[in-house]
Design a protein around this ligand. Structure first.
Ligand code: NDP
Ligand SMILES: O=C1OC[C@@H](O)[C@H](O)[C@H]1O
Length: 404
């Protein structure tokens, strides 16, 4: 006998992250101590073909969910958002498409969990928020790392004052995957898909800076940062950024509270992860430095499993905290649980990733791009809706073929 409420997901796209998310949603929630929610995937759509959706269902859904809970495959996203047996849509397309895809779901009255980066720019993020609010629909950016027990523990330590006043934060996500390993059409380097380090990887450096500096303050004290400087290196073939460095200043939060906080966000495709990250000599990828000590998080910062607290008072021992991934989850189950719970409770947004914070982060990436002159095609920057993305993609593919 269970009191768990079932949430029926509709998956928009059938690519890499949708497959990972599917597995994480369908892992028995009890393995991570969750007994109030049960996830099922009742529909999925591929913009490529219905056959592609069928293959995804056969490979990813049926083996975990069984045939008794069917998952309907569709050959268009338009059909998916009209399915009455879907409670919430997970958008797993490239960032270039998030705005159009989320609008499609919201305007068909479906709540949405959308992959990072939420959109290409702040204006698009604001428009989606307005649409969700007007329609009374739940909408959330899938910044999965925020929902890790590790992230929650780090935020609590800061809020409890364990490192004192936060003075400075640095955060790096660099993968060592040189851009040349991708062909020029790949979403990681293709500007037509808003590719490049900033929106794909740099978003995690900003996630850590925002969740430790901004999000740890009471809501009425959160103030967006100034981008004090930024620099980028273009990928030689496509002009997408392959590395970006950002200097931020968060303002004074109150006369008696924090002073201004400095932050440095870095990301580079050519720079490697710390290969020694599991060892004693590891270099932290995030350092949250306060006047009473510091918290160091070891990478990769999208899926960290270890952090330590070093106190300024050397008589206090270094505290090391390690976290696992129960039930074999990749780590996306927690954000799935959060989205489901919020939606069932009738909430429109998640406390963990409030709308205004998604918009504030996109405002930072807008300013960084402005300073560095990184422009994406108007068709993916626009807030017009609908734009015929299929026709656009066909044109892009044709151009890609002509260029090569
Ligand atoms: N949270 C995380 O850990 C991760 C998040 N991501 C995010 O997820 C999103 C998708 O990434 P990922 O799954 O790796 O990408 P993939 O290329 O593997 O999949 C993207 C899917 O989007 C659909 N799509 C629709 N239009 C296009 C188009 N014009 N070009 C390419 N694909 C299109 C396709 O599915 P179909 O043909 O079935 O419609 C495609 O398979 C990105 O926004 C990325 O930032 C990615 C990796 C990890
Ligand atoms: O979100 C992500 O996290 C892991 C990276 O490898 C991937 O490119 C990115 O999209």
């Amino acid at each position: 006998m269970t009191n768990a409420k079932t949430v029926r997901w509709g998956m928009m796209a059938t690519g890499g992250i949708v497959r990972t998310m599917t597995r994480d949603l369908l892992i028995d929630p009890k393995t991570r101590g969750v007994d109030d929610i049960l996830h099922v995937v009742t529909a999925a759509a591929s913009s490529s073909s219905k056959q592609s959706a069928e293959e995804y269902v056969e490979q990813c859904v049926t083996p975990m969910q069984g045939k008794e809970t069917p998952c309907i495959p569709y050959g268009t996203y338009e059909e998916l958002v009209k399915d009455p047996n879907v409670d919430i849509i997970y958008v797993g397309t490239p960032h270039s498409h998030h705005y159009q895809n989320c609008m499609l779901a919201l305007t068909n009255n479906k709540p949405v969990l959308c992959e990072k980066a939420i959109t290409v720019n702040a204006a698009q993020a604001r428009t989606l928020v307005r649409e969700a609010k007007q329609r009374n629909l739940f909408f959330m950016e899938a910044e999965w790392t925020r929902y890790f027990p590790l992230s929650i523990a780090v935020r609590q330590k800061i809020q409890q004052g364990q490192i004192g006043e936060v003075v400075r934060v640095s955060a790096d996500l660099s993968t060592g995957e040189a851009p040349e390993i991708y062909d020029t059409g790949h979403r990681n380097v293709n500007k037509d898909l808003a590719g490049g380090a900033l929106l794909d990887l740099g978003i995690y450096s900003l996630l850590w800076i925002f969740q430790t500096v901004y999000h740890t303050l009471p809501k009425d004290k959160r103030k967006p940062p100034q981008v004090r400087g930024s620099t980028m290196t273009p990928e030689p073939r496509t002009g997408a950024d392959e590395s970006t460095t950002i200097l931020l200043e968060f303002p004074v939060s109150s006369p008696t509270g924090r002073r201004n906080t400095h932050a440095i966000a870095t990301t580079a495709m050519r720079v490697h992860f710390d290969h020694a990250r599991e060892t004693e000599s590891a270099t932290p990828a995030v350092r949250v430095q306060g006047d009473k000590g510091e918290i160091q998080v070891f990478g990769p910062i999208y899926r960290p499993s270890r952090f330590r607290v070093i106190h300024a008072d050397q008589s206090k021992p270094i505290e090391v905290y390690s976290f696992g991934f129960p039930g074999g989850t990749h780590g996306m189950s927690w954000e799935g649980d959060e989205a489901a719970r919020c939606m069932l409770a009738g909430k429109l947004e998640s406390e963990g990733m409030p709308w205004e914070e998604s918009v504030a982060i996109m405002a930072v990436t807008d300013e960084v791009r402005r300073q560095c002159g990184l422009v994406y095609p108007e068709l993916i920057e626009t807030t017009d809706y609908p734009v015929d993305m299929k026709a656009r993609d066909a044109a892009v593919k044709r151009e890609f073929i002509n260029r090569n």
